[in-house]
Design a protein around this ligand. Structure first.
Ligand code: UT7
Length: 326
């Protein structure tokens, strides 16, 4: 076990709720289709002018307050996001500016929906090596800015939000029992935002072609997600010598209830041990796991000593799983 502890969590969620019924007035879809195929009923959408860093800054402030820690006492700030404020600098630097802190290293992790668990892995390495003592790991997205609102195949899936966790060294009782992260870049074009970077810089034509929005082969992503999320979680549980019966709560990446259920089943974890906020928030990419962890804690579903299994899959393709003793 690598000794770390999550001593505080917090979220930044837009107040505007968009329901499936609202979307059905915009594109050719229905509440029934979205609920049956995904499990999503509504999602939060950021007001114009609200950037990813605004939601992340709110989450960091809340998590620091929860941990009774001044934000300027953080040794590191890691932001996992695919919807960066700007191509440069990092969203983490914009978060520093908005929280009013400086000095500590601040950087982004680009690993799509797996980004929060990648960030947790990094924070654990930095803390257990003695390099840092207190690290904020944040997952935040404003997916609504990169969605084609005329494409029913993608626009119904995503939502905006941020979640943060303050990670410190453990007193010995808690820690990361096992984890694994992986990627397969050969599958990058299955789920990506084609334009806006060095491959395809922004032009009038790229804007006209909606090339700055999410391009996804949904079925292919679905199949890979089930296999990768369950394989990564089963491996992490095996490495941690944790059986399905030992697990207190499974907090997977929340993209589609059918993916989450299939992954849970393959892990052999009982249905009532899976925690979901998907129906309320949709797929917030890197934010889904920290937001779900925060809500589970707030509801008293996670207590000291509990075994928490998380697993994720996203653009890249990337995947990651972790087994935590809280
Ligand atoms: O976080 C990681 C990133 N993303 C994901 O994990 C998403 C992974 N993929 C999925 O969740 C699913 O593949 C989707 C929810 C995107 C799609 O569900 P599906 O069961 O794979 O549906 P499908 O793509 O096979 O489409 C079935 C039908 C099609 O119509 P036809 O060709 O059978 O007539 C689609 O055009 O459903 C149609 N369809 C819709 N109908 C109503 C697609 N989107 C919609 C919609 N409303 N919003």
């Amino acid at each position: 076990m690598r000794g770390i502890k999550i001593v505080g969590t917090g979220v930044g969620l837009p107040s505007q709720i968009v329901t499936n019924f609202d979307l059905a007035r915009r594109v050719d879809t229905s509440d029934e289709w979205i609920t049956d195929r995904t499990g999503i009923r509504e999602r939060r959408i950021a007001e114009p002018g609200v950037a990813t860093s605004d939601l992340c800054a709110e989450a960091v402030r809340a998590a620091c307050a929860d941990a009774s820690l001044a934000p300027d006492s953080l040794d590191g700030l890691i932001v996992a996001t695919s919807t960066t404020d700007t191509l440069f600098p990092s969203t983490a630097c914009w978060v520093q500016r908005k929280v009013g802190i400086k000095g500590m290293p601040a950087f982004d992790v680009s690993a799509g929906c797996s980004g929060f668990l990648y960030g947790l892995e990094l924070a654990t390495a930095l803390i257990t090596s003695g390099t840092m003592r207190r690290v904020a790991v944040v997952g935040g997205e404003v997916m609504s800015r990169v969605v084609n609102w005329d494409d029913r195949g993608t626009c119904v899936l995503f939502g905006d939000g941020a979640g943060a966790a303050i990670v410190t060294a453990s007193d010995g009782s808690s820690g990361l029992l096992a984890s694994n992260c992986g990627a397969d870049g050969s599958l990058a074009p299955i789920l990506y935002q084609p334009a806006g970077g060095s491959q395809m810089p922004a032009t009038h034509e790229t804007v006209d072609a909606h090339a700055h929005t999410v391009h996804m082969e949904g079925n292919t992503v679905f199949k890979h997600a089930v296999v990768a999320m369950s394989t990564a979680a089963v491996q992490a549980m095996r490495d941690a010598e944790v059986g399905p019966e030992d697990v207190t709560l499974m907090v997977p990446h929340q993209a589609n209830m059918r993916i989450m259920e299939a992954a849970r089943e393959r892990c052999g974890i009982e249905r009532d041990k899976m925690y979901s906020v998907l129906h309320k928030y949709g797929n917030m990419s890197a934010a889904t796991i920290p937001v779900a962890l925060h809500e589970a804690r707030t509801e008293g579903r996670i207590k000291d000593g509990d075994i928490i299994v998380s697993t994720a899959f996203g653009t890249g393709f990337t995947w990651a799983a972790s087994v935590l003793r809280w």
